[in-house]
Ligand binder design. Structure first.
Ligand SMILES: Cc1cc2nc3c(=O)[nH]c(=O)nc-3n(C[C@H](O)[C@H](O)[C@H](O)COP(=O)(O)OP(=O)(O)OC[C@H]3O[C@@H](n4cnc5c(N)ncnc54)[C@H](O)[C@@H]3O)c2cc1C
Length: 427
């Protein structure tokens, strides 16, 4: 039987592993994290610690919530990723949107893969009945301002189990949200090795032979006929570089900034996050209660139920890198210009709702959609494989994206990973 190693169990890794397993491969998924557990501490105790000002630095969240990893970069940007079986999809708010325009421009056709995903992965827009009066009012305000809001399709395992607790990004406790590890549930020829951090891919005479992993203090090797690297936009470049394969300093991250105000009884903290989205050139706007800012940003020290907040998520310039220790992610002048324009648009929403600018405050600038460090070009449109990689080593995550989407990438990463796995099997 042919064997494959897939590095990382996020959106790209699980999708690639599934595809290989369905075609008869014996697949080993090497995952640095462990089984996902939602943020388990009593939220009232967390609230006490927050009010007492004990949460000094966002990186402290890892002590309470090991699946959430934080890196800090320039300009105060806080980078959030998931380290668990299911990758960052465990922290996702479940938005299921297709954004493959830049890939299509290179000549990569993912229509078939998206059509299959529609059948394989539960997605729904049937959540509007759960919206609060304020969410409906926000939707109407967006419409009034010509922002063309669209109800967001959500990855939902079972919409009936959603109690709109508002804590999707802290892990779903109710079994409502779909996460990508579910793709591997029914497959007996896939083994997930948790707590196995890949240091590098082993390459002999130009052929990938497997991977060196760290399990606690131990260093071990695994071998396979085919290696698929899907450790995420920040994890994959580190493994590539450690394996002697150069990456490109073209990291994008999709910066996020929430603008908030005090609004008594808003209860946005117990609403489905991002229930609708307004898509603008270079950014999107959506109602979002930002738990990171709530716990770590001094300006957010008020009851969670009394904060109303709108998220800006923008496409940033491809510039930056991560070597496993130092994350370099500068924002270009153009990025600041886009952000300033988006902030003005959010002020328009607030003003229409009767909230003046001086009553608003910012959240913490953060980001959670990294990618772009081995971008595809037209030269790789057919093979989905860079010439710098051994013939049997493929990448299957957002590292391949030619530029930032400025939009939720899970669905597009899965479609691309599906195609990468198929191409790898055919080659
Ligand atoms: C708070 C938050 C909310 C989000 N909400 C949405 C949303 O609603 N919709 C959407 O489309 N996107 C969302 N995203 C983004 C989305 O979750 C990620 O872009 C997506 O999961 C990336 O998929 P991936 O497979 O590339 O990497 P990941 O899902 O990050 O998975 C990579 C995996 O590789 C593992 N890994 C890393 N390095 C190694 C190594 N050396 N060895 C072994 N394993 C390793 C990691 O532990 C991780 O499990 C959100 C992100 C955040 C932070």
């Amino acid at each position: 039987m042919r064997t494959a190693i897939v590095i990382g169990s996020g959106a790209g890794g699980c999708m690639a592993a599934r595809e290989l397993a369905l075609h008869g491969y014996e697949v080993t998924v090497l995952e640095a994290g462990r089984d996902f557990r939602p943020l388990g501490l009593d939220l009232q105790r967390l609230e006490f610690a927050r009010k007492a000002g004990l949460f000094l630095d966002e990186r402290m969240i890892e002590l309470l919530f090991p699946a959430m990893r934080i890196q800090k970069g320039q300009v105060g940007l806080v980078h959030v990723t998931g380290q668990a079986v299911g990758g960052t999809t465990t922290l996702a708010t479940g938005n299921a949107l297709r954004y493959d325009r830049h890939l299509a421009e290179l000549g990569i056709d993912l229509d078939e893969e998206f059509a299959e995903l529609e059948r394989e992965v539960p997605q729904t827009t049937e959540h509007r009945a759960n919206w609060s009066a304020l969410t409906e009012r926000l939707f109407a305000t967006f419409e009034q301002l010509g922002l063309e809001p669209q109800v967001t399709p959500k990855f939902m395992e079972d919409p009936e189990r959603c109690v709109t607790c508002g804590k999707c990004a802290l892990g779903c406790r109710h079994g409502a949200k779909w996460t990508c590890d579910r793709l591997l549930d029914d497959l007996s020829n896939v083994t997930i090795e948790q707590g196995s951090k890949v240091e590098r891919v082993t390459i002999e005479n130009g052929v990938a032979t497997g991977a060196v992993i760290r399990r606690g203090p131990l260093r071990e090797t695994r071998s396979a006929d085919l290696v698929i690297l899907a450790a995420g936009g920040l994890g994959t470049p580190v493994v590539l570089e450690a394996s002697g394969i150069p990456t490109s300093p073209t990291l994008f991250v999709d910066p996020v900034l929430c603008i908030a105000c005090r609004w008594e009884g808003a209860h946005l903290d117990t609403q489905l996050p991002m229930p609708f989205v307004s898509e603008q050139p270079d950014y999107i706007l959506s109602p979002y209660f930002d738990w990171l800012s709530f716990y770590f940003n001094k300006q957010w020290r008020m009851p969670s139920s009394d904060i109303m907040s709108i998220m800006i998520k923008m496409a940033d310039t491809s510039a930056g890198s991560f070597d496993g220790r130092r994350l370099t992610k500068p924002l270009a002048d153009k990025d600041w210009e886009v952000l300033a324009g988006a902030v003005d648009k959010v002020y328009e929403v607030f003003e229409t709702l009767g909230v003046s600018r001086d009553r608003t405050f910012y959240g913490t600038l953060n980001a959670g959609h990294p990618g772009g460090c081995l971008p595809l070009t037209t030269a790789e449109a057919r093979t989905l494989h860079h010439a710098t990689l051994p013939a049997n080593l493929y990448v299957a995550d957002a590292t391949l994206f030619p530029r930032s989407l400025g939009n939720p990438p899970i669905l597009t990463i899965m479609a691309l990973a599906k195609k990468v796995a198929r191409t790898a099997m055919d080659s």
